[in-house]
Design a protein around this ligand. Sequence first.
Ligand SMILES: C[S@@+](CC[C@H](N)C(=O)[O-])C[C@H]1O[C@@H](n2cnc3c(N)ncnc32)[C@H](O)[C@@H]1O
Length: 291
Amino acid sequence: MTVEHLPVLLREVLDMLSPVKGGTYIDATVGLGGHSEEILKMIGQDGRVIGIDRDEEALRRTGARLHDTRLIPVQGSFSRVEDLSVLPGGSKVDGILFDLGVSMMQLKDPGRGFSFSSDEKLDMRMDISQELSAWDVVNEYSEKDLVRILKDYGEEYKAVRIARAIVDNRSETAIDTCSQLAAIVSRAAGRRGRIHPATKTFQALRIEVNREIDELKKGLEASLKILKKGGRLCVISYHSLEDRVVKNFMRDKAREEQLRLIVKKPVVPGIREIRENPSSRSAKLRGAERL
Ligand SMILES: C[S@@+](CC[C@H](N)C(=O)[O-])C[C@H]1O[C@@H](n2cnc3c(N)ncnc32)[C@H](O)[C@@H]1O
């Protein structure tokens, strides 16, 4: 592949999703199309993949790269997966994949403002037409709200200290760039170990800006409505908050006999994949079949 992104747990996703010839699949986070590309190889000429993403640029690049009429690109948030997937005559799909979070393209492209090592303006919007950005959260949220998001979305135990430092610093001039914020957080939290001290703060901001937890809950609920009996739902998450939402959702729906769990414990990458693609290290794949 010529993309700067390696699809995570690719073989495991394909095993779990088990794409069939002529099937219709939804890749709810098509990104750079790594997973979709392989699904397309398995579904024959009559199959199709509806590729959803919030990020217009990701869809543009993937469309140009894969150049395949069986891939139907759709821009939007996966919380609206039911409305976005125009299915003829109320038909349902054979499988849905969610590969959560951000792509390498979003992290690395200049101007997206996701990465704490960059001098870019704080941004972090996956959909650049959205109004709320990380700059607004950092410079305009109350101290109380900053503490709340740092705790809830960053699981940051130094939330109070970090929120205080943000509020103190912005009282003089606005905190404009990612590296400015990273330096403020590092001074407030102190560096310990290999992980950058601003990692949890940046995670929390990204989740808040993109309403990621709410999106996930709505996306999972909506996906049940369009999955046919025997159809498969596969979700890759990258941090404990997301994984908890997925795990609880699948467990509850299994109790209600709407889903059957395919695996009890999440599937995680092996040493080899982690070595080749370190950003896969926190991935957890869960899957269930529609009853
Ligand atoms: C980890 S990447 C997916 C990578 C993809 N599986 C591949 O192999 O190229 C996640 C993608 O999901 C998109 N995304 C995240 N949350 C979304 C949401 N709520 N609705 C639609 N797309 C979303 C991001 O814009 C990003 O492109």
